[in-house]
Design a protein around this ligand. Structure first.
Ligand code: MLT
Length: 199
């Protein structure tokens, strides 16, 4: 028994890296399967369900309000999820995955990069914000990160996503940060950027 409820789809093309799919608030392990298939055909897909329930909506860590995080829980949950990734890699014989996270899922992926960089080969962060106010210094050399933000995102101020991009880059990650003329929801352009970045 692995430690998270999850879906797993084996690779059909070993040339593509495994993806760790991380849903947004109110989503579950099924949400991003089609997106994963679309942007990286043939990749193994590992898709856990967040363990926190907020009014019945699954999430990956607790928050005090929208955009205000319980940082102690962020740390605990990022470590717990990194442990799950290690278990799943053993169980399914996978290499280090690239995280593909949306919103709350992107935020926990960013926290994992900061706290447990060995867990991920890289990350695509859709509508991510700074998950920890005092992140430890880590070495992200060799890790590719795509961030796609929305200029009119009502939850994430543009300077907040810019700070996250700068912090990941200053730890050595190879960061591509795109800001689209859109809100918190995903657009066609997100898909195109993902396809190109993952190719
Ligand atoms: C979060 O809680 O991670 C952010 O507010 C994004 C969200 O899930 O709405």
């Amino acid at each position: 028994e692995l430690s998270f409820i999850h879906r797993y789809e084996p690779a059909t093309d070993q040339g593509h890296p495994p993806l760790l799919l991380l849903h947004g608030t109110g989503g579950d392990e099924n949400d991003l399967i089609n997106l994963g298939r679309m942007v990286s055909p043939g990749s193994a897909l590992l898709s856990p369900r967040g363990k926190i329930l907020e009014n019945g909506m699954p999430r990956f860590f607790r928050r005090l309000a929208e955009g205000v995080f319980d940082e102690e829980d962020v740390r605990f949950r990022a470590n717990e999820l990194a442990d799950f990734v290690a278990e799943a890699r053993d169980a399914y014989g996978l290499g280090a995955p690239i995280a593909l996270g949306f919103s709350n899922g992107a935020n926990i992926a960013a926290a994992m990069l900061m706290l447990r960089p060995e867990a991920l080969a890289g990350a695509a962060l859709l509508r991510a914000m700074v998950p920890l106010s005092d992140a430890p210094k880590t070495d992200l050399a060799g890790k590719r990160v795509l961030m796609v933000s929305g200029q009119m995102d009502p939850i994430i101020p543009v300077d907040n996503s810019a700070r996250l991009a700068a912090s990941l880059a200053s730890s050595g990650a190879d960061v591509q940060h795109e800001t689209l003329p859109t809100g918190h929801g995903l657009s066609q352009t997100d898909l195109q950027l993902l396809l190109k970045w993952l190719a």
